[in-house]
Ligand binder design. Structure first.
Ligand SMILES: [Fe+2]
Ligand SMILES: [Fe+2]
Length: 295
């Protein structure tokens, strides 16, 4: 199995957005968009990313949130269009939300992410039109992909996350039920402490740590920080790798932050499967994604 991990696409599209939609936290987000983010995540990088993914021999793509900036309908349409452009179909792509996908309360309660990206966010056994209840689970060969939602419409300047008791209980059940598989957990917020934790943390990560220590997991993938991160959590039979990937569309002058994604090759069967990881990074000269020059 070859599985690509992309994150933090921040698809930009303000087309047709009513001024009324900006009478909220979105107003400050919109100012930030005009000031920085529009140039930071240009749409041509999203197109280049999708084109590169389409050229790779992949069995699956996972997307760990922040597909939009302000949770606008036009942004969800743009993000959906990007996923639809991939040659893998909804069975071959799994997406979870980030904090930018529930930027305001009406997107959170209106379930904008789930409605717009439904085919990419459904458990295998879910009825066709039923909105997902997090966490979701999808089994592909020896890999069980389990996706959580930590997304909250927190007031500015917070960008924190929360799993909650109900989701944590269900997560433990799913991890236990899939223990014969290579379990890949998708979560937007980093489960390990980061800088600016006061503003951006996964609030109940301590409970997640205890849960993983009990039931285990083979790999945890996250986004949110727009930089590559690696760490370990304790598991019942050894350490659990935790790997964050930088944004797939970040137009940074710095090589270590530039748009990127990871490809995991999972070999072997069941929970004894092992993985290797390679990275592709955007090259501003050619406009293409290329193998990372950093080993
Ligand atoms: Fe992000
Ligand atoms: Fe985020």
């Amino acid at each position: 199995m070859r599985i690509a991990h992309i994150s933090d696409l921040h698809a930009l599209d303000l087309a047709g957005a009513s001024p009324l939609r900006f009478l909220s936290k979105r107003f400050f987000g919109w100012l930030n968009l005009l000031r920085k983010r529009r140039a930071a995540h240009p749409t041509q990088l999203l197109d280049a990313l999708c084109a590169d993914l389409g050229r790779q021999p992949l069995d699956h793509v996972v997307v760990t949130g922040d597909l939009t900036n302000l949770s606008l309908p036009s942004e969800f349409r743009r993000a959906r269009q990007a996923l639809d452009s991939l040659p893998f179909g909804p069975r071959g792509v799994t997406a979870i939300p980030g904090n930018h996908d529930v930027y305001v309360w009406d997107a959170y309660f209106g379930r904008s992410f789930e409605k717009n990206l439904l085919p990419y966010a459904q458990s295998d056994d879910a009825p066709k039109d039923e909105l997902p209840t997090w966490p979701i689970v999808r089994v592909r060969d020896q890999v069980a992909i389990i996706g959580c939602s930590t997304a909250l419409p927190s007031p500015m300047p917070l960008a924190d996350g929360w799993l909650g008791g109900r989701q944590l209980r269900r997560l433990e059940e799913l991890l236990d039920a899939t223990r014969e598989h290579f379990r890949m957990l998708l979560i937007h917020h980093p489960p390990l402490p980061q800088h600016l934790d006061l503003l951006r943390a996964l609030r109940d990560r301590g409970r997640l740590h205890k849960l993983l220590r009990r039931v285990g997991c083979e790999l945890v993938l996250h986004g949110h920080e727009h930089r590559d991160l690696r760490g370990m959590l304790d598991g019942p039979s050894g350490p659990i790798p935790v790997i964050g990937v930088g944004s797939g569309t970040y137009n940074s002058p710095h090589l270590d932050r530039r748009a990127r994604y990871n490809i995991y090759t999972v070999e072997g069967s069941g929970k004894d499967a092992r993985f290797t990881v390679e990275q592709r990074v955007h090259d501003p000269q050619s406009g293409q994604f290329v193998p990372s020059p950093v080993p």
